[in-house]
Ligand binder design. Sequence first.
Ligand SMILES: CC(C)(COP(=O)(O)OP(=O)(O)OC[C@H]1O[C@@H](n2cnc3c(N)ncnc32)[C@H](O)[C@@H]1OP(=O)(O)O)[C@@H](O)C(=O)NCCC(=O)NCCS
Length: 319
Amino acid sequence: MFSILGTGKAVPDYVMTNDELSTMVETNDEWIRTRTGIEERRICKSETITELTVKAANAALENAGVAPEELDLIICSTMRGENLTPSQACVIQKEIGASCPAFDVNAACSGFIYALDIAAGYYARKKVKKVLIVSMDNLSNITDWTDRSTCVLFGDGGGAAVLGEGDDLLAINLTAEGNDTVLRIPHGTNSSPFYEHEEEKAVLFMAGNEVYKFAVNAMATQIKKSVEDAGLTLDDVDCVIPHQANIRIINTAAKNLAIPREKFFCNVQHYGNTSSGSVPIALDEAARSGLLKKGDIIAMCAFGGGLTTGSCVIRWSKD
Ligand SMILES: CC(C)(COP(=O)(O)OP(=O)(O)OC[C@H]1O[C@@H](n2cnc3c(N)ncnc32)[C@H](O)[C@@H]1OP(=O)(O)O)[C@@H](O)C(=O)NCCC(=O)NCCS
């Protein structure tokens, strides 16, 4: 199967604070901090998703010591790349100078784990040696900036990982339950003069409380399942990299699993929810901060639109 050889991340420069948001909608720093843990988020102004995905990809390649020409596959998880076609993965391929198959996957916030699972299939079939995964979303362009119940939650950015042959993937699980009522972002454009349905705005709709309940249950259930599938116990987990949506979801998952809270890596305060970018940004920051030690057992878990979940357990074997 595979090992993670290197990671990278890219976020836009602009830092939007809770106070700035309070000038746009009726909210305040105290409400956002206590209900979500978020203090600030990054928002794209001059950066394009192509610039950010390429930056994250190059950072991961450099960290892994892998050249673009060595790549056998590029997977980009995103809800909305620069174009409908070519895929964002093909755009990344062109920009970094690789020459392998490349495609996108959309599993909303669970995209990074979905991409890892797809890569695992390629390794099982011995079709690849080096794989690049880039997970990036640019939610600010589909946020309803007049809706205080959603616009305070999200931010832009993403991360990347380079995989090589190895045996560090110990378990991985995906789920999906078709649900287009509690979390949905319509396409928003239809240029056909023949289409008879009304066009919807391309903004995010969410029933926050419903998603919250789903998320709290998913985090505990899915982490437990992947740890059991790996033949381990929850005590064996050295670090949890959870989807960074809301600090209360992370705190409740820690409590429900009886895993010490300090084992959960958390950076939601700086980025908000960056969708599929969230887990790989956190993984990269945990790795580069020296938190992850060679031999550590890491559980990762994400949930999001679909409704989807993805969880996995990996051994960290990077020095
Ligand atoms: C969205 C979320 C933070 C709301 O938190 P909550 O504690 O459940 O808050 P509620 O929705 O019950 O709202 C409580 C009150 O705050 C108000 N409120 C909502 N957003 C507000 C804001 N930004 N500022 C101030 N008040 C706000 C509500 O109108 C409500 O007022 P009311 O009691 O007068 O009706 C929470 O449900 C959540 O995190 N859900 C999961 C979202 C998620 O993870 N989505 C991504 C999935 S990938």
